[in-house]
Design a binder for this molecule. Structure first.
Ligand code: MN
Length: 253
C-alpha cells in the first residue's frame, strides 16, 4: 500500500522512525513531516509565511521519499497531497504518529497528531492518528510493530474514507492487544500553567497533571485505563445535529 506518514513531534521523532521501520517491509512509504516539533498545533495551517520544503535522507531506503517541511502536520499533509504527490501514485492511507503521549478525549481538539490525520481525511483518504501513552513500557517500536500487524483490520472495519484516532495504553491487558471502539471522553488537568519569573519578567508554561473526572465505561479514557488499544472514529463535521434538528423545524415554518 502507498502510505503517507507525518508526525507532530517532528521529522526526527522516534515514533515516526518506528512507524517507518515497522511498515517499510510491506509498504511504499512517503514521509512529509514538520522540521520542528508541532505538538499542540491541532489543525493549524501556516498562512503568513513561506515554508521551506527540503528532501530528508534520515530514513535511508526505508521511505521512497521524505520531505522536511517547516510547517505543521496539516501543512505537511496538505502540501504533499496538493503540490508534491504524483497523481498516478496518490497515497492510499495517511498515518500520523506514533505520537509521544496519549491523545484521548478532549485532547484530540489540541492534537497536532489528529490534525495531520484529519487533513488526509479531508482529502478523501483513509487516515489514522496513532498515539502512545507516555508511561507505556512497550515503547515506540512495540506500538508501531503491533499497529503494523493490525493495519488491514482497520480497513475491514469501515468504508473509506475513515478517520480513526488510535491510542496505545500505558499497559496492555492482553497480547496480542485487544482493540476497543470508544467514544471521546473528557480530559482535564490540574495546575495547567506553571509560573516562572526570570530576569524580572513573568512567563507561564502549559503542563499540569491529569485529573480526569467521571468518564463513562465506553469512553477512550476509561478503556485505555483498562489496557485496551482504543479506536475512536472521528468526523470533521462539527455541526450540532441535535441542536440543528430542534431548530430546523422553526426555520422551515
Ligand atoms: Mn506530539
Amino acid at each position: 500500500m502507498r502510505i503517507l506518514l507525518t508526525n507532530d513531534d517532528g521529522i526526527g521523532a522516534p515514533g515516526l522512525a518506528a512507524l517507518v521501520a515497522a511498515l517499510a517491509p510491506r509498504h511504499e512509504l512517503t514521509v512529509a513531516a514538520p522540521a520542528e516539533e508541532q505538538s499542540g498545533m491541532a489543525h493549524a495551517l501556516t498562512v503568513h509565511r513561506e515554508m521551506e520544503v527540503a528532501p530528508y535522507g534520515g530514513f535511508g531506503g526505508a521511505a521512497r521519499e521524505a520531505w522536511r517541511i517547516d510547517g505543521t502536520p496539516t501543512d505537511c499533509v496538505k502540501l504533499y497531497l496538493e503540490a508534491l504527490a504524483p497523481r498516478e501514485a496518490w497515497p492510499e492511507l495517511v498515518l500520523s504518529g506514533v505520537n509521544r503521549g496519549a491523545n484521548l478525549g478532549t485532547d484530540v481538539l489540541y492534537s497536532g497528531t489528529v490534525g495531520g490525520a484529519l487533513e488526509g481525511y479531508l482529502h478523501g483518504l483513509p487516515s489514522i492518528a496513532v498515539s502512545l501513552d507516555a508511561r507505556a513500557v512497550m515503547g515506540f517500536d512495540g506500538a508501531a510493530a503491533r499497529f503494523a500487524r493490525c493495519l488491514s483490520w482497520f480497513f475491514d472495519q469501515a468504508g473509506a474514507p475513515f478517520l480513526f484516532n488510535v491510542n496505545f495504553p500505558a499497559a496492555l491487558r492482553h497480547e496480542p492487544p485487544d482493540f476497543a471502539w470508544a467514544s471521546l471522553g473528557c480530559r482535564d488537568y490540574a495546575n495547567a500553567f506553571g509560573r516562572v519569573e526570570r530576569d524580572g519578567r513573568v512567563y507561564y508554561r502549559v503542563g499540569g497533571e491529569i485529573v480526569d473526572g467521571a468518564n463513562g465505561p465506553g469512553t477512550d479514557i476509561a478503556l485505555a485505563g483498562r489496557g485496551f488499544v482504543t479506536v475512536t472514529p472521528l468526523t470533521a463535521d462539527m455541526t450540532d445535529a441535535a441542536a440543528l434538528s430542534a431548530r430546523g423545524r422553526l426555520a422551515e415554518s
